[in-house]
Design a protein around this ligand. Structure first.
Ligand code: ASP
Length: 342
């Protein structure tokens, strides 16, 4: 008897299904499906039934854009009622962006969505693709985790908390400011206290009404005010400012502060996220942070820059005005930020 559960696999691209070419690894149509059909483990009676939808063209995730996030969200929505869980096979390079974006686009998610991939293709003798694929299929079909998750190297993370931290190790992802939702060892262990509650409202895909203009500026010592001004030019609507430490910036550089304030006064939403992997922004901790606050910069708390950027994109895309976007950016919507203790 096979498992009665079913999983929809959206195969978007990434190393997991790539082949070696003279110019390096590239995706190849039909190849991953062939490999999977030859895997006896996937025919095991404890595995869920699954279908693979291969995207055209398959992408190295470095080529992905917000249009691809929307296509995946639409695909999951179109098949939401027919399957118990969803696995998105994706490249690792921008996987944290896609997992974050999906978490904001899919509202009142009541089923498990797992984004995964690998550092070595499934076709290679030694690879991390096999366990990542098998574990993701088992978790997506056996547990009710109403979240967009990212599974990699024995850990199940909340997608919008993840960062790619390793370009070559199997431990490619981490979730610095939120514990894993689960771990896989001898047993699969999910911690229900870390998982979001089931939604009270029905699932829906938040369709965007525009293509927002958002950006990201990483501060560095001596950053030129012209670079900052250029990035803040219209039609930009929102910017993630990757600040030093607890949310700090050069408050002795008046031209820099003036450029930020002028943009905020024009209605640009500027969100401070820390360059540090761990910890949170506190714009009151230092004079260099409160100078930004005085310019109207808002607090990204412990959001990753990936999460903050995709959140900003989704909120503007939904058509919210600047003030609502400002308020929602500081609000915990999908477990992506830890609100300050009052
Ligand atoms: N460049 C690849 C991609 O992001 C890397 C990977 O999948 O690991 O598609």
């Amino acid at each position: 008897m096979t498992s009665a559960k079913s999983v929809y696999i959206a195969y978007v691209g990434g190393t997991i299904g790539m082949v070696k070419t003279p110019s390096g690894y590239q995706p190849a149509a039909g190849y991953l499906r062939q490999q999977m059909e030859a895997m006896p483990e996937l025919q095991d009676e404890r595995m869920p039934r699954f279908v693979i939808h291969e995207y055209t063209p398959l992408l190295d995730s470095s080529n992905m854009t917000p249009a691809d996030w929307l296509e995946i969200a639409q695909d999951i929505t179109d098949h939401y009622d027919q399957y118990d869980g969803f696995v998105v096979l994706h490249g690792t390079d921008t996987m944290a962006y896609t997992a974050s974006a999906l978490s904001f686009l899919l509202q009142n998610l009541g089923k498990t969505v797992i984004v995964t991939g690998s550092q070595i293709p499934l076709v290679e003798m030694r690879n991390d693709a096999r366990p990542n694929l098998i574990d993701s299929l088992l978790i997506a079909s056996s547990y009710a985790i109403p979240e967009v998750c990212l599974y990699f190297n024995t850990k199940l993370f909340r997608g919008n908390r993840t960062v790619k931290v390793n370009a070559s190790g199997f431990n490619a992802f981490d979730s610095p400011n939120y514990p894993p939702l689960g771990t896989v060892g001898v047993d699969i262990s999910i911690d229900p206290t870390h998982v979001l509650p089931h939604p009270a409202e029905p699932f829906r895909f938040a369709r965007l009404t525009s293509q927002p203009q958002v950006g990201q500026i990483r501060l560095f010592p001596g950053i030129s005010v012209d670079v900052v001004k250029n990035l803040l030019q219209p039609p930009i609507q929102g910017v993630i400012l990757e600040t030093f430490g607890a949310g700090n910036a050069p408050d002795k550089d008046q031209a820099f502060l003036d450029a930020i304030k002028a943009a905020v006064d024009r209605g640009v939403v500027v969100v401070s996220c820390t360059q540090c992997l761990y910890g949170t922004v506190d714009l009151d901790a230092y004079a260099t942070g409160s100078a930004l606050k005085a310019c109207g910069v808002i607090n990204g708390y412990d959001m990753t820059a990936e999460s903050a950027l995709t959140k900003l994109y989704t909120l503007f895309g939904l058509g919210y005005d600047g003030n609502t976007v400002r308020a929602l950016m500081e609000t915990n919507l999908r477990g992506e930020l830890t609100p300050p203790k009052r």
